[in-house]
Design a protein around this ligand. Structure first.
Ligand code: SAH
Length: 272
């Protein structure tokens, strides 16, 4: 792939349509939230990560001006949020229910960290709707609510102070889901956007480099030390593409020719 094609494929590889669709099958369920501002902030946290499906179980105050204010540009999520009078109703149609908890509990049920949970949620969204449950600000999820979950999810934090603000916990889960979607679409910031030359070309280059360094008396064959090894490490890190390789080979050829020319007419090289 040339550089242009590589760039095109990278800009197209934001969330794929499929990943966007799968994220819509993951719902955020906030249970019995006290502060309406947290509902608004959670909506915003979801929207920036491409999630839109918000369910509220018996919120203390909703709709509310604080929710709208903290949602900022995500008030459409609030307008479309579904308010339920029971948890059962909020979980209808969900084949996977994950309950988030600030504390790891000694319950006999699977516990996942946020990343593993998001990957599982994303993978299962191919098959059925998924719910992520978030508890009350003051005391989280009740035991009864946890028992409706297939697994508990913890955001690893400082063991001495591990309780995040509700909307911030939503943000982390939404981010991890978004990342799971990006990974699924083959996106990585780390991806090369150029095409490095192959190993054969690198080997020919190293032969040429070594010979040139001998010719210009930089490398003493009697005492090579680790020079070639270090230079290999340097150029292998750079992973030159074809254009860059042509330039490097051109420099080597010019250096060799310069050395030959100065040997052929030593007067010129001293300027006398
Ligand atoms: N005082 C409560 C914490 C409530 S925080 C308790 O100790 O359980 C409100 C909600 O945010 C939690 O119910 C949970 O849904 C989420 N949350 C906060 N911190 C979290 C963490 N470290 N991991 C997972 N969820 C967390």
């Amino acid at each position: 792939m040339n550089r242009k094609a590589a760039q095109d494929s990278r800009s197209n590889s934001d969330l794929s349509q499929k990943a966007t669709g799968l994220l819509q099958r993951v719902r955020v369920v906030l249970i019995n939230t006290t502060h309406p501002g947290n509902i608004g902030a959670a909506a915003r946290a979801m929207k920036v990560m491409g999630m839109h499906n918000l369910h509220l179980v018996t919120p203390k105050l909703f709709p509310h001006a604080d929710a709208t204010a903290l949602a900022s540009g995500a008030d459409d999520i609030l307008q479309h949020a579904t308010v339920h009078s029971s948890l059962e109703s909020a979980l209808t149609g969900c084949g996977l229910v994950l309950g988030t908890s600030a504390r790891l509990r000694s319950l006999a049920m699977p516990q996942l960290d946020a990343r593993a949970a998001a990957q599982k949620a994303f993978a299962e969204a191919e098959r059925h709707d998924v719910a992520l449950l978030f508890g009350r600000e003051r005391y989280g999820l009740t035991n009864d609510e946890m028992q409706r979950c297939h697994a508990l999810v913890n955001i690893p934090a400082d063991p001495g102070y591990s309780s995040l603000n509700l909307a911030q916990a939503v943000q982390i889960l939404a981010y991890e889901l978004h990342m799971a979607g990006l990974a699924n679409a083959g996106y990585s910031l780390d991806a090369l956007d150029w095409e490095p030359v192959d190993g054969n070309q690198m080997e020919l280059f190293y032969v040429h480099l070594e010979q040139t360094l001998k010719d210009i008396l930089f490398l003493n064959p009697a005492q090579p030390r680790k020079l070639m090894m270090r230079l290999r490490r340097l150029f292998n890190r750079a992973r030159p593409d074809q254009n860059e390789m042509n330039i490097l080979r051109g420099i080597l050829t010019a250096a060799q020719a310069g050395k030959e020319a100065s040997e052929a007419s030593p007067d010129q090289s001293t300027g006398s």
